[in-house]
Design a protein. Structure first.
Length: 206
């Protein structure tokens, strides 16, 4: 069975539990392609994909895996040195580590659950990259404040090497709100694909 998954999710969430699946189902042979590229499942010979996206191909079967959140984080060292922002507007005075979106000037948008207030802030920073693990690693080095999907930040937050910033404000339209299991439509689905899909959804439903 060939599957593909985003780099951060694969390394931090999927690979650590793959051994459990393979011990439960020793007859399965699994090949994992770790990439942030959106691959063509049919033409490249993949049985399924894990996708972190709000737009999915209509010609494929997509099953929800789990919801995700976007978090603003920084290292304790950075916050001790530069101060803790209290409002989104304060971010304009900080070094922000961001995911580039074309040639547009980087902006972060936030909303609050309390009153649905929305704000948009133009940010600036010394480092931008299209890989969330690289942004996380830069934040761990104390370079600035980073916006990350929760699965990229979870381990560092639990260890205390990163801490959440502006927890009352929810980033908007930064990353997708859900992870999906996606497979090409087929009249007959291989048993290994069905088994892995059910197992993985149950594992993330715990």
């Amino acid at each position: 069975m060939r599957i593909t998954a985003p780099v951060a999710f694969a390394r931090q969430q999927l690979v650590p539990i793959i051994g459990e699946f393979l011990r439960d189902y020793p007859q399965v042979r699994l090949q994992l392609d770790v990439t942030d590229r959106i691959v063509s499942l049919s033409s490249e010979g993949f049985d399924l994909a894990i996708r972190h996206s709000d737009t999915l191909p209509e010609t494929h079967v997509a099953l929800p895996l789990c919801d995700t959140r976007t978090l603003l984080v920084a290292s304790p060292a950075y916050l001790n040195e530069q101060g803790i922002p209290r409002t989104p507007q304060d971010l304009a005075q900080h070094n922000c580590l961001y995911y580039p979106r074309g040639v547009e000037s980087p902006r972060w948008r936030f909303t609050t659950s309390a009153d649905n207030e929305q704000v948009q802030i133009r940010i600036q920073g010394s480092f931008a990259t299209n890989n969330s693990e690289s942004i996380r690693d830069a934040a761990l080095q104390g370079l600035g404040i980073a916006m990350l999907p929760d699965f990229s930040a979870r381990e560092a937050l639990a260890a205390g090497s990163l801490q959440q910033v502006l927890p009352a404000w929810q980033p908007v339209e930064a990353f997708a709100a859900r992870l999906w299991i996606v497979r090409p439509w087929a009249a007959q689905v291989p048993r290994a694909v069905t088994t892995f899909t059910h197992w993985l959804r149950a594992r993330f439903d715990r």
